[in-house]
Design a protein around this ligand. Structure first.
Ligand SMILES: *Cc1c(COP(=O)(O)O)cnc(C)c1O
Ligand code: SF4
Length: 487
């Protein structure tokens, strides 16, 4: 059914079922000087991945009706007009939605206080005619009506990044790569942030680890990296490098590039997705980035960007314009998505996202099965959903534009290919992974959201006495398989 919705695959399947091998031979054999279209030529109108919102799309929002293009492309204007208080945010869209929706958001913020930052750009990407179906609202605005209890196995730093931190703000989990977190603020705040233990302003219910933007603290991280000859690859994340001053981006990049054994630096930023204007009008920041990329290349090293688009609606002509600048300057950009319910958890959306990213020269790199993060059970999906979507996505476009679906194993196992579980019980929703090159001999568990389990599984989770039993059962099966004759 989903295939049929895809113009490229749909027509091929249709065609290949009506044509026999003989028919094809006949056509091919008849005339070698003519093109024989073995499948129908698709109507270009159906190649929807190439269709981006064009023109001043933001003017449909009453508050921005008179905002011209020059203003809207100004990153300073975007930052200055970003909404950082739930009350202001609600005011901004209150004329566009029902009172019922407004109350739902208000109660959502009360129940799940979070740092908020929504730019005018982001606000204008939302389809306010159907707020309940909108993929951006799901990601950035909490709704009381969608609240579900946390999974009982959830811990605040579910990836155990702190446990692998030799100095504050640096996680060294894998042999040759490390994750450096130079700051704790972002150009937007996502409900589902994995680093909710650190990122964003303190909210009344969560005390955060503090990773302020402090060059003195960074020095310790650089010293550590310098002292570890095995490290070749540094991920600069956060927080978000979009919020670093240009001279600090330059400083971090220069310091890392000066370390001989560092060969690859990735700057991870959601900024490209939520504020592409910065690439176009913050010349200082852009030039700092481009100079690092160039310097890296001169030293035969790679400096690239990793970004975070989750839904094809997040890509506009402004994104394309920003990516064109990066492409012209030879910057490799890759994308890491999170698989989210109602955002991208169907084949059609994921295929469209991949093709659209590919079209603007962003390589889909990873799709993460959603981490266990507090208060976002409505966004999580089952591992099975990831497996099903992956199967359909692979084969739709270039292999290098086909993301790997991964589970970042809770407890510090690191990223594991979603298909590589040792055991997966679809009733209890427990999957078991191993990570022989990260933590040999250990087993890591992932838990599907309970409300999506078959009734039998939901009943078992409703009984706390069953929790450890279900986990032990899963571990026993995984062990039997892992050490069994077949392994
Ligand atoms: C994701 C991650 C990396 C980078 O991993 P890749 O698979 O190379 O993208 C490095 N360190 C930590 C702690 C990570 O979580
Ligand atoms: S941009 Fe990234 S680090 Fe910042 S809140 Fe969103 S997911 Fe978290």
């Amino acid at each position: 059914m989903l295939f049929a919705a895809d113009p490229l695959i749909g027509s091929w399947i249709l065609w290949s079922t009506v044509m026999t091998a003989n028919d094809i031979l006949k056509i091919v054999g008849e005339d070698k000087t003519q093109i024989n279209h073995l499948r129908p030529i698709p109507d270009p109108e159906t190649l929807v991945h190439r269709k981006l919102p064009e023109g001043p799309f933001w003017q449909k929002i009453p508050a921005y009706a008179n905002v011209d293009e020059e203003t809207f492309l100004d990153h300073k204007w975007q930052a200055k007009n970003s909404l950082t208080k739930p009350k202001k945010l609600i005011e901004a869209f209150s004329g566009l939605v029902s009172q019922h929706f407004i109350e739902d958001v208000r109660a959502g913020f009360e129940a799940a206080p979070m740092a908020v930052r929504v730019s005018p750009y982001l606000l204008s990407l939302i389809n306010w005619d159907e707020p309940y179906g909108d993929p951006l609202i799901r990601q950035f605005i909490p709704l009381q009506s969608r609240r579900l209890p946390n999974h009982p196995q959830l811990g605040l730093d579910s990836l155990a990044e702190q446990a692998d931190a030799p100095v504050p703000g640096l996680t060294h989990r894998y042999p040759d790569k490390a994750l450096f977190l130079p700051l704790d603020t972002c150009p937007v705040y996502c409900r589902f942030c994995t680093r909710s233990y650190a990122v964003g302003l303190d909210t009344p219910t969560v005390d955060k680890v503090n990773f302020g933007q402090k060059p003195e603290r960074w020095e310790l991280a650089f010293q550590y990296i310098n002292s570890r000859p095995e490290l070749e690859d540094i991920v600069v994340s956060g927080g978000d490098a979009f919020n670093l001053r240009a001279d600090r981006v330059q400083h971090i990049g220069d310091r890392l590039l000066d370390i001989d054994h560092i060969r690859r630096i990735r700057i991870a930023t959601k900024g490209i997705a939520v504020m592409p204007q910065k690439i176009l009008t913050d010349h200082e920041w852009r030039d700092a980035l481009l100079s690092l990329v160039k310097k890296g290349r001169e030293r035969h090293k790679e400096v690239c960007l990793h970004t975070h688009f989750n839904n094809p609606d997040e890509i506009t002509w402004i994104t394309r314009k920003a990516l064109n600048v990066l492409t012209e300057n030879g910057v490799t950009v890759r994308n890491q998505s999170v698989l989210q319910r109602g955002v991208n958890d169907d084949v059609e959306t994921m295929v469209l996202l991949g093709r659209r990213l590919g079209y603007i020269n962003v390589q889909p790199y990873y799709v993460y099965v959603h981490d266990l993060v507090p208060k976002v059970e409505d966004l999580r999906t089952t591992l099975q959903t990831a497996l099903d979507i992956e199967k359909h996505v692979r084969g739709t476009t270039a292999g290098f534009n086909t993301p790997t679906f991964v589970v970042d194993a809770p407890g510090g196992g690191g990223k594991r290919n979603a298909h590589s579980f040792e055991h997966y019980d679809r009733v209890t929703g427990i999957s078991v992974f191993t990570a022989p090159s990260v933590r040999p001999g250990q087993f890591f568990l992932y838990f599907d959201p309970i409300h999506l389990l078959p009734e039998e599984g939901q009943v078992r989770w409703a009984n706390p006495m069953q929790h450890q039993r279900m986990i032990d059962e899963a571990l026993d099966r995984a062990r039997a398989k892992f050490h069994g004759p077949s392994s």
